[in-house]
Design a protein around this ligand. Structure first.
Ligand code: GLY
Length: 594
């Protein structure tokens, strides 16, 4: 069974059981500054799991959600980890609960007609053993007993069997399903044997049913939700792996063609770490980069752009190690080909994606070899590289920390990662201060113009939210000396009247000559002001909040790095030139300041 068939079977199975099938949200969270990327299928659904009703009116939902998790980056290339993956999920919003969720998980996994036809004898299950927050989940245990023998159901603590998206949000005890991937078959196991098998990757977690009836704040369970929900998550790569009888995800039809292509163009057959792992890492990082770029991320030194840059540069450096006979952009086709049917937007966007990758690769190749020489020079005879040295490899040669760490570990040298993070933060602060001072002192014309456009962006977003509604969020923006472009979430074409109202509102706020101010606040403090949040802050706990207007004239509050003009009166006259569609649910405004 191919992965496309597995995805389709999952969705059809739940559609037949009354679920609305919803599209995957973008990798970029719409309005959740706590994460840079969606890391689970439930993330875009948090408001509904907390009790809001879903816009579709449905109380049963299912989808396949694109996810990125970079916390596991050091494990990439092992049997089961990838930085990008699709999470199959089904949700009950105050509708069905444990009985149906468990029955359906079991049926879908094992049924030959409707499901994946997996061997029930290879299935193991864990349930929550109880703690001060919630009782032992005997209910889930009793239900599971109907389907699999009781001695293959293990009680586990909150570390394993309590799921929440972070320190805040809906959460609850969960029940996880594991599958035996050994050739010989493990058979019955005691809890100790089961734990050891998990450790040795002889069994693999393939699905998680979370029974969400609690809420967490600042890491503590604060009480029950108004409704009992179900949130499930099943990694498509892992399910495909077990369905296809493989013991690692890189041998499935989702990744094998990419690894194979990398292998084909590799001119080095022996490297220290083992070629196979290096080939897998290149395949993984390339695939993730492609999906990120498709969703609007471009390489940069901050936030999401920096994550993308790190992945791409690591892939470039490893392709240098393997002496690939072509650039990464020539491998893009092998990735997109896999997703022709499931993500046709990749095909449409292929040229732009290739260009972004090519640009970043070319940029990095200019400094890569010199950087490696510099690394040799500064690490000669040392057992540790300091934060400052590691940072200088980044600032002068563009080496993300992963590359320095890899080079260092090949030579048995340790890297002061914390020191690097501190240097990085210091540098960010210095450059922020630097740009403000430049603005005070008067900059070259073009930068002054962009600053005015930047402030206009805030006025425009607020005006759109006032005219069209609170569903409007910035999805992207691009500023040149001539004009601004602003992408935002909105489902339909704006009427002429709405455009006029928006334009008038921006001009009104310019006329009111509102002061533009900022404060640097701890993230929790910032959240209390309820700013329009655009980006998470990965490096510091302090974020910058820009406010336009004060007292009862307070108009817009946004999380933003700046810089901005001091007063809206500096903007001149605002005019919308064009309003058009960018993609489903996203509109674009082109506007000028005259
Ligand atoms: N939301 C459930 C999971 O990620 O496992």
């Amino acid at each position: 069974m191919q992965s496309n068939e597995i995805r389709a079977r999952f969705l059809t199975f739940f559609e037949k059981r009354g679920h609305a099938i919803i599209p995957s949200a973008s990798l970029i969270p719409e309005n959740d500054p706590s994460v840079l990327f969606n890391t689970a299928g439930m993330q875009p659904l948090v408001p509904y799991l907390l009790g809001e009703s879903h816009p579709s009116g449905a109380t049963r939902l299912a989808n396949s959600q694109k996810c990125v998790r970079t916390v596991d980056i050091d494990e990439i290339g092992d049997n089961t980890h990838a930085t990008f993956f699709e999470m199959l999920g089904n949700w009950s919003l105050g509708d069905y609960f444990k009985e149906e969720a468990i029955e359906w998980s079991f049926k879908l996994l094992t049924d030959k007609e409707e499901g994946f036809g997996l061997d029930p004898k290879r299935l193991y299950v864990t349930v929550f053993e109880g703690d001060e927050n919630a009782p032992r989940d005997d209910e889930a245990f009793e239900i599971w007993k109907k389907y699999i023998p009781e001695h293959r159901i293990y009680f586990m603590g909150a570390k394993n069997n309590w799921w929440s998206p972070g320190d805040n949000g809906p959460c609850g005890p969960d029940s996880e399903m594991f599958y035996d991937v050994t050739v010989e078959g493990l058979g019955d196991m005691t809890k100790e044997e089961y734990l050891k098998a998990d450790d040795e990757q002889k069994i693999v977690e393939i699905w998680n049913d979370v029974f969400m009836e609690y809420e967490k704040k600042d890491g503590k369970v604060i009480g029950k939700l108004s409704k009992k929900n179900v949130d499930t998550g099943s990694g498509l790569e892992r399910v495909t792996m077990v369905v296809q009888g493989k013991n690692n995800i890189y041998d499935t039809d989702l990744l094998q063609p990419i690894v194979h292509q990398v292998h084909k163009v590799s001119q080095v057959r022996q490297v220290t770490d083992g070629n196979e792992r290096v080939e897998r890492i290149i395949a993984d990082h390339l695939r993730t980069s492609i999906f990120m770029i498709a969703d609007g991320v471009v390489p940069s030194n901050t936030d999401r752009g920096y994550i993308l840059r790190r992945l791409l540069r690591r892939a470039v450096r490893l392709s240098h190690t393997l002496e690939l006979s072509c650039g990464l952009e020539e491998l893009v086709g092998s990735v997109i080909h896999i997703y022709t049917d499931s993500y046709p937007n990749l095909v449409k966007d292929a040229v732009r994606i290739q260009n972004e990758i090519k640009k970043e690769e070319e940029k990095f190749r200019l400094t890569l070899v010199h950087g490696m020489k510099e690394f040799e020079r500064i690490s000669e005879g040392k057992s540790e590289l300091s934060g400052a040295e590691t940072f200088s490899l980044f600032s002068s040669y563009g080496f993300p920390i992963e590359i320095t760490k890899e080079l260092a570990s090949e030579r048995g040298i340790v890297v002061d990662e914390k020191g690097f993070e501190e240097e990085f933060k210091k540098h960010k602060e210095i450059s922020a201060v630097g740009s403000e001072q430049k603005f005070k002192g008067g900059l070259a014309d073009t930068s002054e113009i962009s600053t005015r456009y930047h402030t206009a962006t805030h006025l425009l977003q607020k005006a759109l939210r006032t005219v069209l509604g609170e569903h409007v969020f910035q999805k992207g923006s691009n500023i040149t000396a001539e004009r601004m472009r602003f992408d935002f979430s909105h489902g339909e074409k704006m009427t002429d009247e709405q455009k006029k109202m928006t334009e008038d509102l921006v001009n009104e706020k310019i006329k009111e000559a509102l002061p533009v101010m900022y404060e640097d606040l701890p993230i929790d403090e910032a959240r209390k002001r309820n700013p329009i949040g655009l980006f998470g802050d990965k490096y510091g706990d302090v974020v910058r909040v820009y406010t336009i207007g004060e007292g009862d004239k307070k108009w817009s509050i946004e999380l933003c790095g700046g810089p901005h003009v001091k007063n809206t009166s500096e903007l001149g006259h605002f005019k919308i030139l064009k309003e058009e569609a960018v993609s489903a649910g996203v509109r674009r405004i082109k506007a000028v300041l005259e």
